[in-house]
Design a protein around this ligand. Structure first.
Ligand code: ZN
Length: 265
């Protein structure tokens, strides 16, 4: 039986300024501007549509000083997808920039790692440093969805649908998971924050917000095992993603790209 192939899109919904030393544990001797992009990802075929992460909303952008360019559900519209069409959503981890608009997807079941839910409702959240990227309203909202049978839990690697699977990486957060998707060019891996930037998995750098740097570094090996090549790994916040892949259609330059297409580099 052949494995179905999917289209995969990275959709930028926000951005922020930054400098190189902000993005590497231990700093970086080369002090230069290095902005970050914020994405959600869409996986689809004729039969199936899966959203990977939900981004944040205008309130969160104001609170955390990010530039919201378009609400994630509006960004999906540009690709012809309505929020109500999303029945399956994978949440790579519960940081505010990945789960923040879950309430816009009223028909979705959210796929989450056991360990992430334990982490955000357990003793680690007594630590200001560890809870800072989370929002209590997002966490409480996800707990409410558990009681409404709208959260699917995974303990490690799991198939979501033929050709789509989640893989526990840990490291950045306790329950960080990446997503592997079969496409016409082979197996693509949406690393999400298992590698914020290309430079992280390429050179062994670690983003400063981290639960366990050893797991982050070990995670790079796993990402490379899961992907057909390093050119099949898509980092979670790298502006280069929009430069390397073709636009998803007319008028979508700098907004949405096709990750199932060959990258330029
Ligand atoms: Zn993130």
């Amino acid at each position: 039986m052949s494995i179905p192939s999917y289209e995969v899109f990275a959709i930028k919904y926000a951005e922020r300024d930054g400098r190189r030393p902000d993005h590497f544990l231990g700093g970086d001797p080369h002090d230069a501007p290095m902005p970050l992009d914020y994405y959600v990802w869409l996986v689809r075929s004729g039969e199936r549509t899966v959203l990977v992460d939900t981004g944040f909303d205008a309130g969160m952008a104001a609170k955390r000083n990010r530039r919201l360019l378009r609400a994630p559900h509006e960004a999906l519209r540009l690709l012809g997808v309505a929020a109500a069409d999303i029945r399956t959503a994978i949440v790579t981890h519960l940081h505010n920039d990945h789960v923040g608009t879950f309430h816009d997807f009223r028909n979705a079941t959210f796929h989450l790692q056991d360990r992430e839910m334990s982490h955000v409702t357990g003793r680690s959240m007594r630590q200001r440093l560890l809870r800072r990227p989370y929002e209590i309203d997002h966490v409480a909202g996800m707990v409410q969805l558990v009681y409404r049978d709208r959260v699917a839990f995974h303990d490690g690697d799991a198939e979501i649908a033929p050709g789509i699977s989640v893989h526990l990486i840990g490291g950045h957060t306790a329950g960080m998971q990446s997503v592997r998707v079969h496409t016409r060019r082979g197996w693509v891996v949406l690393a999400s924050d298992a590698s914020h930037l290309y430079e992280h998995f390429e050179n062994g750098g670690v983003f400063p917000v981290t639960y366990n740097p050893a797991e982050v570094l070990e995670g790079y090996r796993k990402l490379k095992e899961l992907a057909d090549s390093p050119r099949h790994i898509v980092p979670g916040h790298d502006p280069l993603v929009l430069q390397r892949y073709p636009a998803a259609g007319p008028g979508l330059d700098g907004i949405a790209v096709e990750l199932h297409a060959e990258p330029a580099r």
